[in-house]
Design a protein around this ligand. Sequence first.
Ligand SMILES: Cc1ncc(COP(=O)(O)O)c(C=O)c1O
Length: 477
Amino acid sequence: MHEPHLYEELAADLVGLIERGTLKHGARFPSVRRLSEQRGVSVATVVQAYALLESRGMIEARPKSGHFVRARRAEGLREPTAPRPARGPIKVAVTEDAVDLMYATMSDPSLAPLGAACVSPELLPVRKLNGILASLVREVSDLGATYDGGGARPLRQMLARRAITWGVPLGEDDFVITVGASEALYLSLRAVTKPGDTIAVESPLYFGLMQLVSDLGLRAFEVPLHPRTGLDLDALQDALRAGPVRAVLTVPSFSNPIGSLMPPEARERLVKMLARDDIPLIEDDVYGDLSFDGTRPRPAKAFDRDRVLLCGSISKTLAPGYRVGWVAGGRHHAAIGRLKLARTLSTPAAPAMAVAEMLARGSYDRHLRRLRQTLAVQVAQYREAIATHFPAGTKVSDPQGGFVLWVELPAGADSLEIQGHALERGIAIAPGPIFAVRSRYRECLRINAGFPMTDRIGSAIRALGELCERATRGELR
Ligand SMILES: Cc1ncc(COP(=O)(O)O)c(C=O)c1O
């Protein structure tokens, strides 16, 4: 990622004003001359910033009247339906074929990347991170020569510092470094359950979590996610009453695939509800750093450091291929540490050290500030494209962070069918049923908005919209 030019910084500021609602749709921007005076930048910089926003479809220039925030079709979009509560727990079986297809096509550059939830490599400062890794390896010439007994201590120290800014006072000894959040979640589930146990999970549920739950032989009680506010706590209360629930697994900040954000009061209520029966909460926080308005949601762990197992990683913000994650397991910390040793002894030291250095230099936070703004713009652009090209009656989530969109098509459409046809046209998507423990969400799909809105992506969304239109008319069967 290059250092931003002045005009790009100005454009990002203006986008922030639009996203925060300071500048309403249809509102007029200051004239070029006025903004250049206000900001103390050249007229050329303002012209370039306006041109950039125009090319991204955020503003429109009207001859002789100036620049205006573009009215958006996406504003007319309705939010997806909140799922119905489940009646009881069931053994988890994964929708194998569709998930296999997802993984098989995940890194195929010939496909439009609307499937896997990942940020475009061009938005990630991996060159910088690789540079740090290269110098580390040169400077510490015996790096990797021993087992990392301390367990990536520099990274744990940096995480402890960050945790204070999340509102959770944790020390370096509260963390275990893992191979991505996936291992953190696996170890957490292993530490608090045994095969045959029931856990409460959210629905729709990220299919990777479903695979973990299935691998561990657990039964899942699906609790609906409200598209905006997350876990339905009344439905959870019913699930807890129905029988022994050994743990609750949720993604409170910008859940995948629906993008919901649990408000602070709900987090507190959730934690208190679980404290009554002493039930552990496994909190998956991989998207926590990606709120569009820059305020980092306080993890549920802030309300109960003992009972909440907080899992995170850098996969969604920095470098998924580094496979660096962590868990702060609270009272289960020692058990998790032992399980980690039994499974893989330790996490590769060099990538974890490089990430620690990136955090220490402040480069990560600088990068995050830009990434959040970029993703806010992309998500708005994708919603706009869907509003333009998808069948009438399509509903779309409106996440306030992260980069995935949950799309609910009109009745009759079958996203598993659409997935096959879309792949033939060079487009990857994630069909709805892979996010369900019980067979549901056939009319839903998840769209990744982690890549910049180029002509190629725009065309892919248009083609996908046509397919969805045909699917709702039953023409794909
Ligand atoms: C909610 C959620 N949890 C965990 C993961 C996996 O994280 P990691 O790549 O760090 O293992 C993902 C990746 O898509 C995710 O969306």
